[in-house]
Ligand binder design. Structure first.
Ligand code: DHB
Length: 414
């Protein structure tokens, strides 16, 4: 892959001899959806970037993540020229089923808010964006090690790392974007005295499985039961994605397939004709579950994007959508900061992004607490949850509230 960066000739001495130095306009740590979408949008605006990631491309492609995209993010993928594969390989979902008390209750997004969402797995979005960078001669380096930020608050911050071929590199940048997830190096580069971490832990997690089987319903089923939450999602006509609420310390090796099916069936069982279709389970994993926001999202030449800046619990599938919303806002702000040479323009990013971030935090928290069973839940709590679910499913006002949050309508981000 061709590097757009200009090789600097080190004047000699110390570190300069040890690591090859290059320059770029925007350094991006993390080749997930936030980082790659940002690099793509910046390239469209004529701004060069270098993206690094400590994972290999194959490892990223093998990691199963969420699969629901808001309409505006579908349009971002297509209209930015990244890819229109979503229109052929994704599927449009105009509603979901809320399942409780043994019955499914459809929330009809089209009728309520005139919007829909797209089922299109994050692994496909990653492939689309990585291919677009390659097609357009972008500089993306997978499998790097020893990633460090050099003077992130200073005038010329740098990314220092060892390339996958073992060569030490230092890339000096106008701006560094930390899009390296919740466990990356960038979040911790925000100085303790300057930032606030807001977070909330939950006393449960999700057990996720991939199942070789046909779909059990036309749309996604979010199920509340006395035994806890379950989500019946989809991937392709022959592969389905399912989750059930579990203990945060759950060990997947304690869950042979039969036990998983007993649990899933118990959580969706009802008096209607819904039938959960079983098949061989090809993947099992436990997903972490927490809410987190870092404010501010900028310090000096470093800005945070995606999960590095905020994490939502998975209920409602907002994480990927927030990452793409960050990229959209950042592309605009970073372009102006580079064009004008005024880094203070970066200060517009946080306030523009955070309204949407907190709205999604609230929505994800609300969906989570409405549908999950807390370990100390009493009979009162279960009755109260069922009443809340009836209030949502049986009232146009309640259902519209859910539909707006799920489809991303009314979000002030961007
Ligand atoms: C999926 C994940 C979610 O968190 C969700 O709310 C809906 C779907 C998924 O992986 O398919």
């Amino acid at each position: 892959m061709r590097s757009l960066s200009e090789e600097l000739r080190p004047a000699g001495g110390g570190r300069a001899l040890a690591s090859a130095q290059t320059r770029t306009e925007v350094g991006i740590v993390g080749a997930g959806p936030a980082g790659l979408m940002l690099a793509h949008l910046l390239a469209n605006a004529g701004i060069e970037s270098v993206v690094i990631d400590n994972r290999t491309r194959a490892a990223i492609e093998a990691t199963h993540r969420a699969g629901i995209l808001e309409d505006r993010n579908m349009r971002l993928l297509v209209e930015s020229g990244a890819s229109d594969r979503i229109l052929r390989h994704g599927s449009k979902h105009a509603g979901i089923d809320l399942r409780f008390g043994g019955h499914s209750h459809r929330i009809d997004f089209s009728a309520l808010v005139g919007a829909a969402v797209w089922l299109y797995p994050q692994t496909e979005i990653f492939a689309d964006l990585a291919d677009a960078r390659e097609r357009n001669g972008g500089d993306v380096r997978f499998g790097v090690t020893d990633t460090r930020l050099v003077d992130p608050a200073g005038d010329r911050p740098a990314m220092s790392f060892t390339d996958s071929d073992g060569h030490a590199r230092e890339v000096r940048c106008e701006v560094i974007v930390g899009a390296d997830g919740s466990r990356g190096v960038c979040r911790s580069a925000m100085p303790t005295a300057r930032r606030t971490f807001f977070h909330r832990a939950y006393p449960f997690a999700w057990f996720g499985v991939l199942v070789a089987a046909p779909p059990s319903a036309a749309e996604l089923v979010y199920a509340h039961s006395d035994r806890g939450f379950a989500l019946i999602s989809q991937r392709t006509p022959s592969l389905q994605r399912m989750y059930f609420q579990c203990d945060p310390d759950e060990d997947v090796s304690r869950w042979p397939d039969d036990r998983i099916w007993d649990e899933l069936q118990a959580r969706v069982r009802g008096a209607d004709d819904f039938a959960l279709r079983e098949g061989p389970i090809t993947d099992k994993s436990v997903l972490p579950f927490r809410s987190f926001v870092c404010e501010p999202m900028r310090h000096g030449g470093l800005v945070l994007a995606g999960d590095a800046a905020h994490t939502v619990p998975p209920t409602g599938a907002k994480g990927l959508n927030l990452a793409l919303a960050d990229a959209r806002i950042l592309a605009d702000v970073v372009e102006r900061a580079i064009r004008t040479g005024d880094r203070e323009v970066l200060d517009e990013y946080g306030p523009r992004a955070l309204a949407g971030v907190w709205r999604a935090q609230y929505f994800s928290y609300w969906m989570t607490t409405m549908l999950h069973r807390a370990p100390d839940a009493t009979a009162f709590d279960l009755h109260r949850q069922r009443a809340e679910l009836r209030a949502v499913a049986n009232s146009a006002a309640g259902a519209t509230f859910l539909a707006e949050g799920y489809t991303g309508l009314g979000s002030s981000s961007g």
